[in-house]
Design a protein around this ligand. Sequence first.
Ligand SMILES: CC(C)(COP(=O)(O)OP(=O)(O)OC[C@H]1O[C@@H](n2cnc3c(N)ncnc32)[C@H](O)[C@@H]1OP(=O)(O)O)[C@@H](O)C(=O)NCCC(=O)NCCS
Length: 147
Amino acid sequence: MKIKEIKENKKQFLPLLLLADEQEDMIDRYLNRGTMYVLDDGGVKSECVVTDEGGGVLEIKNISTEPEYQGKGYGKVLIDFVAAKYKGRYSILQVGTGDSPLTIPFYEKCGFIRSYSIKNFFIDNYDHPIYEAGMQLIDMIMLQRKL
Ligand SMILES: CC(C)(COP(=O)(O)OP(=O)(O)OC[C@H]1O[C@@H](n2cnc3c(N)ncnc32)[C@H](O)[C@@H]1OP(=O)(O)O)[C@@H](O)C(=O)NCCC(=O)NCCS
């Protein structure tokens, strides 16, 4: 298993990026300034994009695992890789997600704790309603983990 940084043509992984963030112009807001990592284990299984949010905060803007390989530990390996790599350079690793049973338990398993929420984020920033697990996403829930 190898994790490598992707510096050029990050859009080659657009299908994976869209799994986590279904509106491409929202991905465009952070992809260029973000640092992208992919986990390769006999082919690319997962990716994540992190950004410097200032004030010692590193944010995971996008993380996904190929659907047929979800639940095998790849996402957690990527998060632990990022946490280890940036420890000492940042004080907080944070992530924002909808209030969904498909994502919040994953982040909590990875050591994140609910921190604050951004009201109406999904209504205000997306051009269509976003549904996950049959529920419309409204607020962005921010979770944090100390580095
Ligand atoms: C969320 C996602 C990235 C998780 O990646 P993954 O590779 O499937 O996660 P892992 O296998 O590393 O899971 C780590 C732990 O979280 C748990 N977990 C993952 N998803 C979970 C869920 N929906 N409910 C409960 N636990 C969950 C796993 O069981 C595992 O627990 P364990 O360590 O006790 O075995 C993946 O499901 C995905 O790509 N989803 C679609 C894209 C997406 O929603 N991205 C996040 C946008 S905010």
